[in-house]
Design a protein. Structure first.
Lengths: 328, 463
């Protein structure tokens, strides 16, 4: 099945899937892909954007269409570059940064119309209901896994959870969500920041060899699970996606912080890992505030996906874990 | 006085010598806010060097009285804003949209709009990292646009008075400035956020989307106008709340006044860029273009200055005189340089700027006067440089290259700036028929011999 690529948590997967294509979230991040992306953008672009550019350009025959949004600036511009290089339809949705639900609503209506025209298919109420049902079932299964992760003691790792979420994000979730229970008494931490890419699982493994990540706010992990569609129609999709815990680029950002605080309290975390990618302004500018507002020990990990600092990183994580243990 | 001198670029020392030729009456003739008591701004440029703009001693400035007024006025803005506050005017901070919200603010009595964003030049004029260091201390990353100095300026509250109201535009804009505005809000300033829509380019595969076109020829989904109109009405409302005033006719007058400025700048650019010998230097021309944002906090005086600049340029063009050699290489400049010295260097090494894309297209295009003013402002903003595709942004530069008017292109980048990172390669791809030099602007005092050598080699190659 051909893919419909997308790049934002505010793009409803149900609508993409209604085209008959497989929704595939552009969440690649790996050093060699990133280097290859530098053929079309400067070195100081976000390494995930560079990786996604390279991935799409090298696999363009797998994609039938692309859907982007005006989330972060580099992501929006990525679609401008892609539309110059490849010959498939590219749609970019205006995702307002300020609280403007009417803009989002109009834009989702626009997207539906464009994708109906593209797929030569009317997205009837029945089709939409079926898609909502299908994706809600998958999210429900993943939520069950997330609850095990959040349990006390935590019963499954984020390393494993990330693999399950990768199936969701790549649209390859025909099989049931299965996972092993692996109880952990390690210090409980929350991870936030830039996206955890498909290829970044080894970072989670490295963290979880000393700590247990029990909650997150990163693209690539549990964000879609906060979306729960109550009305089984397009309006219901709009409401659920628009009202999800807001991305950090939304202005003003109070609701983001309120969500973080309530989650960290709920999950009884004793530390925070801030994962940022090079040149990810949206997160890098906020780190100082995040540290101040959350008022918990925070380990900053900045990455360009290269491996040369892995040993150093391992030592930093071990020291952080030791510090958290000594506090309890 | 200063009437019969040959045009050239001169140093501060030479300007100080030349300044002595001016009569006191001439100096007293020019004043901001039309105030005889404290509004005089004509002084030798060296005065501003003593006040802190240390880079001036390295710069060469045009030797006309018009240029003296221009520099005196532009460099005196900080004082002017504090004077405005002292004399009971409202200080309106407009951030991020670069050119439209001030038109609304100017429709209200005694309201002085300004752009804190323009603080990005201060570290370079001052040859100081004080603001950038403070911004880092406040949490901005090192590898981000120099506009982060704005955050430090808000923290120090010494570069402009505390604004009475702040408007912050975000959306299809660069991330770093959006983050900085958020940090300003976190400091305790109350921001009024405005949404900037993305100018989605028309595609063959789209259906059923009604598009409109700006007078400058850029297409946009028509309904986006409505979003902007609502935002501008919100600005109007907030301004009414602040001033207990608000006459819709005044908005029409403000549009007309801003159009007068925009037309004037357009004429100055056409005269300067089209002349056989460059009649006015690129650095002064950059100051002129950016004056379109808000008239440097006194639009009436700024228009008067530009009328004088225009006359001077006309005289020079007529007499066949200019400030550069006749064989200077015609260049386009994409993205403004944070360090003014670079413009001087390019000219000293044999280049001449004949086209620009300084990310403020929305402030350069005329606002329609025969339609609803809010709609006119929305349509004007739809010309913005950074809200659409790279192709649209550099369309006029491409045309200049195709016509043979532009022999080379200089792109100035800031490390970590989102649009620079994403657009530079795309620009190089689109302008493949012309040599391009992309320069990363270093931190203050960072222009090295290596950069000079690169520019020299580039211009030599074009010759």
């Amino acid at each position: 099945m051909q893919l419909i690529g997308y790049a934002c948590s505010y793009i409803p997967v149900e609508i993409l899937s209604a085209t008959g294509l497989r929704p595939y979230r552009l969440l690649h991040g790996e050093i060699s892909l990133s280097k290859r992306g530098e053929k079309v953008v400067r070195i100081d672009a976000c390494p995930m954007i560079k990786s996604n550019l390279a991935y799409v350009l090298e696999n363009q025959d797998r994609f039938a269409a692309l859907v982007g949004s005006t989330g972060c600036d580099m992501s929006r511009r990525m679609f401008d570059i892609l539309s110059e290089h490849i010959k498939i339809p590219v749609y970019v949705v205006n995702n307002p940064r300020t609280d403007k639900p009417e803009i989002y609503s109009d834009e989702i209506d626009w997207l539906v119309k464009q994708l109906e025209y593209f797929s030569q298919k009317k997205f009837t109420n029945e089709i939409i209901r079926d898609e909502i049902g299908k994706w809600e079932r998958i999210r429900a299964a993943l939520r069950a896994m997330d609850q095990k992760r959040a349990a006390c003691p935590s019963l499954t790792s984020t390393t494993e959870f990330h693999n399950a979420m990768a199936c969701y994000h790549t649209g390859s979730c025909e099989n049931e969500v299965t996972f092993s229970e692996n109880a952990s008494e390690k210090a409980r931490v929350y991870i936030l920041g830039s996206a955890i890419t498909y290829e970044a699982n080894h970072i989670l493994q490295m963290i979880e060899s000393n700590l247990r990540i029990v909650g997150d706010f990163n693209c690539g992990l549990s964000r879609p699970l906060h979306i729960q569609i109550e009305e089984e129609n397009i309006e219901g999709i709009k409401k659920a996606y628009y009202n999800q815990p807001p991305c950090l680029y939304k202005r003003p950002h109070q609701k983001y912080y309120e969500f973080l605080q309530s989650e960290i309290t709920r999950l009884d975390c004793t530390g925070v890992i801030a994962w940022t990618l090079d040149y990810c302004d949206v997160h890098e500018f906020e780190l100082q505030r995040i540290e101040k507002v959350l008022n918990l020990p925070l380990l900053r990990i900045r990455s360009d996906f290269s491996y040369q600092s892995n040993s150093q990183l391992r030592t930093r994580i071990e020291a952080f874990a030791e510090m958290l243990c000594s506090r309890t | 006085m200063l009437k019969n001198i040959d045009p050239q670029k001169i140093s501060l020392k030479e300007w100080s010598r030349q300044f002595r030729l001016l009569d006191d009456s001439e100096i007293r003739r020019f004043k901001y806010y039309n105030n005889d008591e404290w509004g005089i701004y004509l002084s030798p440029p060296a005065t501003f060097m003593v006040y802190g703009a240390r880079e001036l001693r390295k710069l060469k400035l045009d030797n006309s009285l018009a240029a003296l007024r221009l520099w005196g006025f532009a460099l005196n803005e900080s004082e002017r804003l504090f004077r405005a506050r002292q004399s009971g005017k409202h200080i309106i901070a407009t951030m991020g949209d670069l050119g439209t919200v001030p038109v609304i603010a100017m429709a209200f009595p005694d309201c002085i709009p300004f752009y804190p964003d323009c603080t990005w030049w201060t570290p370079f004029f001052n040859e100081s990292t004080v603001l950038l260091d403070k911004a880092s201390e406040l949490g901005t990353p090192e590898a981000s646009c120099f506009v982060r100095s704005t955050l430090a300026a808000f923290h120090k509250m010494a570069y402009f008075p505390k604004p009475d109201i702040l408007f912050a535009s975000t959306g299809a804009s660069c991330d770093d400035y959006s983050c900085i505005m958020q940090m300003v809000e976190d400091m305790g300033f109350e921001l009024n956020w405005l949404e900037i829509p993305f100018r989605r380019k028309k595609q063959d595969h789209f259906t059923d989307e009604k598009y409109a076109r700006t007078p400058q020829g850029l297409d946009y989904p028509e309904r986006f106008e409505t979003y902007l109109i609502n935002e501008y009405k919100h600005v109007w409302q907030r301004m009414q709340d602040l001033t207990n005033d608000g006459d819709p006719e005044k908005l029409g007058e403000s549009i007309k006044k801003n159009n007068r400025l925009r037309r004037l700048v357009d004429q100055i650019k056409a005269l300067t860029h089209g002349a056989k010998i460059a009649p006015f230097p690129a650095l002064e021309m950059m100051v002129i273009e950016f004056g379109n944002l808000y008239g440097y906090a006194d639009i009436d005086e700024w228009i008067d200055i530009l009328e004088m600049v225009k006359s001077k340029i006309i005289d020079r063009v007529k007499s066949g005189n200019g400030v550069l050699d006749s064989d200077a290489i015609p260049l386009a400049w994409i993205t403004p340089t944070a360090d003014p010295l670079l413009l001087n260097i390019v000219e000293d090494l044999g280049g001449r700027v004949v086209a620009t894309e300084y990310v403020i297209n929305q402030a350069l295009s005329e606002i329609e006067e025969d339609i609803d003013p809010f709609r006119a402002l929305a349509r004007s903003f739809m010309n913005a440089s950074l809200i659409g595709s790279t192709e649209e942004r550099i369309r006029h530069i491409s045309a200049g290259v195709d016509s043979g008017r532009i022999a080379g292109v200089i792109i100035t980048n800031m490390l970590g700036c989102s649009h620079c990172a994403m657009e530079t390669r795309a620009i190089e791809k689109r302008l493949k028929n012309v040599p391009i030099l992309a320069i990363d602007i270093p931190a203050p005092l960072g222009i090295t011999e290596q950069i000079r050598t690169r520019i020299a080699a580039f211009i030599e190659m074009l010759k």
